[in-house]
Design a protein around this ligand. Structure first.
Ligand code: HAM
Length: 412
């Protein structure tokens, strides 16, 4: 017997209906902020992905060679592919360029609830605005989208990798990404050990550990400035925009992210009810221009883990299927009325979804089948159709009446 590959899922119709609804809300939200959709290939040159994505991802790639020996990889995320497309086709466009995507990604990870080998990301990239308002916009967009979806239980945590990188530079640490990966994994003892082995002075290690333990309101910025001797005016301004926009957040300077391209503000959004895989969104300010041989270009963005978002909505008991259009089940009372039944279905489908009985069940069996399938109404097509009439049956009340076909749409 064949079964689906480990870490993948078959998404069945009812689930897909919810996914499409959620996708429509997300799309509408992203577009309402002026973002345009971009689609990139499912696979890219391996080097694009390995250039700057960090150990975390490189270990988890689906990489392969094609028949001409090209080294390729299924995309594990879309930030690097979108930036590649930007440099290939959009670089001359007026700035900023606002792009969004909803697409599948592939990571060779140990599967568990909320963690898959094929999953979907819905994200945005804002290219070419080096300002705190650009960063604020991206965060406000993530927040607005979650609110529009109806998610209630989530928290936004915002950090700043720029501060950590600055501290590490001053401490003389070249392998910064290694340290950031350890911080991201929460392996603080390992951070201490690694920096010690690199001969970093104890005072620097203490400063770094003090900064990454800072978590709270905007006031933790004062402490960070004092410990790290940095100015955080821009970060503070960005946070002010968020507060003014009604976005609730926690400053968490321990956020280091799992990808190596982040340079400034970073954030993660958690849905606590999801347990271990509670991170439903990740993003921040990053730099990828250099891998394309270009000068620094300000870029920031985020990606929702779409599958996790759906799990979170379910835990929050959000019903994505409200306002569902009612559908009708169309039954020819005898096989000789099948052609007429097709005709009725064709006319009604202009206004409402219709399912046709195609198994030649006897009327009684067909009605019981329709009820079991969740239909509330059936349209019986028989002799009356010659006069443009059908039998309209309420499957719940078990009542029926003969009506003009054109009246049916208003009765559902
Ligand atoms: P990321 O944090 O690696 O960031 O992924 C974004 C989101 O994708 C995560 O927060 C998580 O919800 C979801 N995700 C990641 N791996 C899996 C998995 N194996 N199964 C299910 N969901 C998963 C990025 O990918 C960046 N490109 C985000 C970004 C855009 N930064 C700037 N712009």
């Amino acid at each position: 017997m064949f079964t689906k590959p480990r870490g993948t899922r078959d998404i069945l119709p009812e689930e897909n209906l919810k996914r499409r609804r959620a996708e429509a809300i997300i799309r509408e939200c992203f577009e309402s902020f002026g973002y345009g959709e971009i689609a990139t290939p499912t696979f890219e040159h391996l080097e694009l992905i390995t250039a700057k994505s960090g150990e975390e991802i490189v270990e988890h790639l689906y990489a392969f060679q094609d028949k001409s020996g090209r080294k390729l990889a299924l995309r594990p995320e879309l930030t690097a592919p979108v930036m590649r497309a930007y440099y290939e086709a959009m670089q001359k466009k007026p700035k900023p360029v606002r792009l969004y995507y909803i697409a599948n990604c592939f990571r060779y990870e140990r599967p568990q609830s909320g963690r898959y080998r094929e999953f979907t990301q819905a994200g945005v990239e804002l290219i070419g605005s080096d300002t705190p308002e650009a960063e604020a916009e991206v965060l406000i967009l993530a927040h607005t989208t979650l609110k529009k979806l109806g998610l209630r239980d989530f928290s936004i945590e915002i950090g700043h990798i720029g501060i950590l990188r600055e501290l590490l530079s001053r401490a003389g640490v070249e392998e910064q990404n290694r340290v950031l990966t350890l911080i991201d994994k929460g392996e603080i003892k390992e951070v201490e050990k690694y920096l010690g082995e690199q001969g970093v002075e104890k005072s620097w290690i203490e400063k770094l550990l003090a900064v990454i333990s800072l978590r709270g309101g905007v006031d933790v910025l004062d402490k960070a400035e004092e410990i790290a001797e940095v100015k955080l005016d821009r970060f503070r301004e960005m946070l002010t925009f968020l507060s003014r926009a009604g976005v609730e957040f926690t400053v968490n300077l321990g956020i280091a992210r799992g990808l190596d391209y982040y340079t400034g503000m970073v954030f993660e959004i958690y849905a606590p009810k999801l347990g271990a895989e509670k991170q439903i969104c990740g993003g921040g300010t990053y730099s990828l221009a250099e891998i394309f041989g270009h000068n620094k270009e300000a870029t920031c963005g985020f990606a929702f883990g779409f599958d996790r978002l759906l799990l979170a909505l379910e835990k929050d008991e959000v019903n994505l299927l409200t306002g569902e259009k009612r559908a009708a089940y169309i039954i020819p009372v005898k096989p000789e009325f099948l052609a007429e039944a097709f005709e009725v279905a064709r006319i009604l489908r202009e206004r409402i979804p219709c399912t046709l009985e195609v198994n030649r069940r006897k009327l009684k069996k067909a009605l019981s089948h329709a009820s079991k399938q969740g239909f509330t109404h059936a349209i019986l097509v028989g002799e009356e159709f010659r006069a443009g009439r059908v039998v309209f049956r309420d499957l719940i009340k078990r009542e029926q009446s003969e009506v003009e076909l054109k009246e049916v749409v208003n009765m559902l």
